[in-house]
Design a protein around this ligand. Structure first.
Ligand code: FAD
Ligand code: DLZ
Ligand code: SF4
Length: 508
């Protein structure tokens, strides 16, 4: 009996579990561009275009490998509009009753698939280094689920950067070498770019007409859309950027959107690249003497550590994770996140880049847009939806733990041992944003004071009961206590005035 084999837009790997389990000579692969996936949040147009183009090209690859594929384009008049409805339509068309699928990366879609009247065989997505069961075993009985310890286990398990049972270079983590301030100039011309071909051009026209109200620009679309292109982008990064990746990992420059970052997350998350092959390439660069240990270890940790760890947390914590709000933050997301004018140059630059590229690097996400949202007390669910909408690499399994957990502390400290908050001083040290800002980063109070400076203390004081007992935050509270009382009052008053203006929709 013929079976349907469901391949989702972020499952574009020939070795994905559903394909491995299917019978090429008998079964039918189903793929569909559907409105429900493109609009459950209003994804950045570049993200939709990237996935539709990569999906269409993956169909060509499957077909040339001998698979029988039924592909539905978004504007196909028979398009049933959702993954579940498309499966039903294809089942009726082919007489199939059974579907083989690989588990989706989001509870919403997992639940939708479980509810179809078809017989579903849902396989574990094993394109990761850690299964859910392994993560659960690791997490069981631990008081704190810190990434660092998880990461060391994966290092041992994969043998990456291991010399016998010891970490290469004598340390597990070289982060202290990876916090250099922004350099004046970047010697890297940026990630590889790929001219849109006929398929991508068709998709760009489709996306432009179908999703005119989604935030983000479609101009200069130059992402890789096939595995071969993604491999070439990876090689370009390894050759030209990896050696300096570590040094300037946390730096931010107004005129250099990518610094030495890889820009591989869209390809990795969609299945065009695999985590282990990326890490092995980086490890080889270290062994060949091409890249130093701080760069290679830092890079590999992001992939086998953070990426695997956040996925583990997402599935461990369950479907309600995205609604957590441990700090009871209720403010609406300000319009400046959608490109409305702001005088804060760091935010204006990060949002502008996000609109244009569907990309911002980790520190821009964490310490600019995330930091401001946390300090200003924005509702974390709205912050989560924003990150899911605006980035090309955003899928809930990876985005939500980064936003709800790492960035907004809304999970109460499962991921972060203390909130990632800072005053303007950190942003000034790590970037060139402040030099031309309307606000003065050195001013602590008054109309010209950097808003991060007053909001930082306001946040700490608002949450004093929770954080003053945190061993890593005691110093900050002691610094506050040492300040002159009048100064403290002015700081809190200025923060309140700023937040009032923000709520009123004034340009701040
Ligand atoms: P590089 O800096 O070159 O790092 C290499 C790779 O490491 C990345 O491609 C990515 O696969 C992995 N990586 C690095 N940091 C993380 C991390 N914290 N979690 C998971 N993987 C990581 N990453 C996503 O892939 N999708 C998201 O939706 C996403 N949302 C985020 C939201 C917030 C609030 C924050 C703070 C971070 C988020 N990240 C997300 C993590 C990180 O910002 C991106 O992975 C990274 O910016 C991708 O760019 P890159 O490929 O140039 O990364
Ligand atoms: C993100 C996305 C978009 C925009 N469109 C589609 C689509 O039309 N068809 C599809 O199969 N997948 C799409 N995706 C990816 C899914 O949203 C993704 O599989 C889930 O969010 C789980 O990670
Ligand atoms: Fe951002 Fe403050 Fe620097 Fe302006 S002064 S760029 S608001 S950190």
């Amino acid at each position: 009996m013929v079976k349907l084999v469901l391949i989702l837009g972020d499952q574009l790997s020939l070795n994905v579990a559903a394909l491995r389990a299917a019978d090429k000579s008998n079964d039918i692969v189903v793929m569909a561009e559907v409105n429900s996936e493109a609009t459950y949040v209003k994804h950045h147009p570049k993200k939709i275009a990237f996935l539709f183009s990569a999906m269409r090209k993956f169909v060509d690859q499957l077909t040339s490998e001998g698979w029988n594929v039924r592909y539905t384009k978004l504007d196909d008049p028979e398009n049933a509009g959702s993954i579940a409805a498309e499966l039903l339509r294809r089942a009726q068309e082919t007489g199939a009753q059974e579907v083989i699928a690989t588990r989706a990366g989001e509870w919403r879609l997992i639940e939708a698939m479980e509810q179809t009247p078809l017989t579903m065989t849902i396989l574990e997505d094993d394109r990761f280094l850690t299964s859910h069961a392994e993560f659960e075993t690791w997490a069981e009985g631990r008081k704190a689920l810190r990434m660092e310890y998880f990461y060391r286990e994966i290092r041992r398990k994969t043998g990456l950067l291991m010399e016998g049972d010891k970490p290469a270079g004598g340390q597990w983590n070289f982060d202290h070498d990876n916090r250099k301030a922004a350099p004046d100039q970047i010697s890297y011309s940026g990630p590889s770019t790929f001219e849109p071909d006929a398929i991508t051009k068709d998709v760009l026209t489709l996306v432009e007409t179908q999703f005119p109200d989604h935030f983000g620009s479609l101009d200069t679309f130059n992402f890789a859309t096939t595995r071969d292109e993604a491999l070439s982008a990876l090689e370009h990064f390894m050759t030209h950027a990896l050696p300096r990746f570590g040094d300037f990992q946390d730096a931010m420059l107004s005129e250099s959107k990518f610094l030495y970052h890889a820009l591989i997350s869209p390809y990795l998350n969609a299945g065009l690249l695999a985590p282990l092959e990326i890490c092995q390439a980086a490890e080889n660069a270290y062994k060949d003497g091409h890249a130093p240990i701080n760069a290679v270890e830092g890079f590999i940790r992001q992939i086998i550590g953070w990426r695997e760890y956040v996925r583990g947390i997402y599935f461990l914590e369950g479907p309600d994770y995205t609604t957590r709000n441990a700090l009871d933050h209720k403010r609406d997301l300000p319009a400046l996140y959608w490109g409305e004018k702001t005088k804060m140059r760091c935010l204006s630059k990060a949002v502008e880049q996000t609109r244009d590229e569907a990309y911002a690097h980790h520190i821009q996400r964490l310490m600019v847009t995330g930091n401001f949202a946390l300090l200003a007390g924005i509702d974390p669910e709205q912050v989560h939806e924003w990150y899911l909408e605006v980035y090309i690499d955003a899928y809930e399994w990876v985005e939500a733990p980064n936003t709800i957990g790492m960035s907004q502390f809304a999970d109460g400290g499962i991921i972060a041992s203390k909130p990632y908050v800072s005053s303007g001083a950190y942003i000034n040290r790590m970037s060139d944003y402040c030099k031309k800002c309307h606000y003065a980063v050195k001013d602590k109070t008054g109309d010209t004071a950097c808003p991060f400076n007053v909001l930082y203390w306001d946040f700490l004081i608002r949450h004093r009961d929770r954080f003053s007992k945190n061993a890593r935050m005691g110093n900050m509270y002691r610094t506050w206590e040492r300040m002159d009382e009048t100064h403290r009052e002015t700081v809190l008053k200025d923060a309140a005035i700023f937040l009032e203006k923000l709520d009123a929709g004034d340009v701040v």
